[in-house]
Design a protein around this ligand. Structure first.
Ligand SMILES: [Zn+2]
Length: 144
């Protein structure tokens, strides 16, 4: 590995096209408005793609969990869920419960997850308006 001193005399290069930016424009990071616009548009497009990908994962997770609840399933191996397309790293929330157990959420469906399985899958009742914890499970409410 070679080390060297980066000379302040090295030319500045445009972040978009890599062309040298003339010295009289020191402090600029783009060579022209067109490059600046292309760079920022690409950045926005990447963010849109990222947000859409996360949204799709959440939608798929929700559909899977909702289907399991409809079948009365409240626990199953994580590997089975992943085979269905479930993305365990994508959640809408997580809550540290009593005795330090972690509960994960996908909108109104909550569950616990160990390294190998998902369990205690349940749907949250509609959030109480005055609840300090809007997704707290209300065990005192009568069953429908
Ligand atoms: Zn440029």
């Amino acid at each position: 590995m070679e080390y060297g001193i980066i000379s302040s005399m090295e030319p500045h290069r445009c972040l978009e096209c890599g062309n040298v930016i003339p010295h009289m424009r020191t402090g600029k990071i783009f060579c022209c408005d067109s490059c600046r616009n292309r760079y920022h548009n690409a950045e926005k497009r990447q963010l849109r793609v990222y947000r859409r990908r996360i949204g799709n994962r959440l939608e798929r997770n929700y559909t899977i969990l909702e289907g399991l609840l409809a079948q009365g399933v409240d626990s199953l191996p994580l590997s089975d869920l992943q085979l269905m397309g479930f993305s365990p790293e994508t959640v809408t929330g997580y809550f540290l419960k009593q005795r330090r157990s972690l509960e994960l959420g996908c909108y109104d469906i909550l569950y616990k997850q160990s390294g190998t399985k998902v369990f205690d899958l349940h749907r949250v009742r509609s959030p109480a308006k005055d609840s300090p914890h809007p997704y707290a499970r209300d065990d005192t409410a009568p069953l429908p």
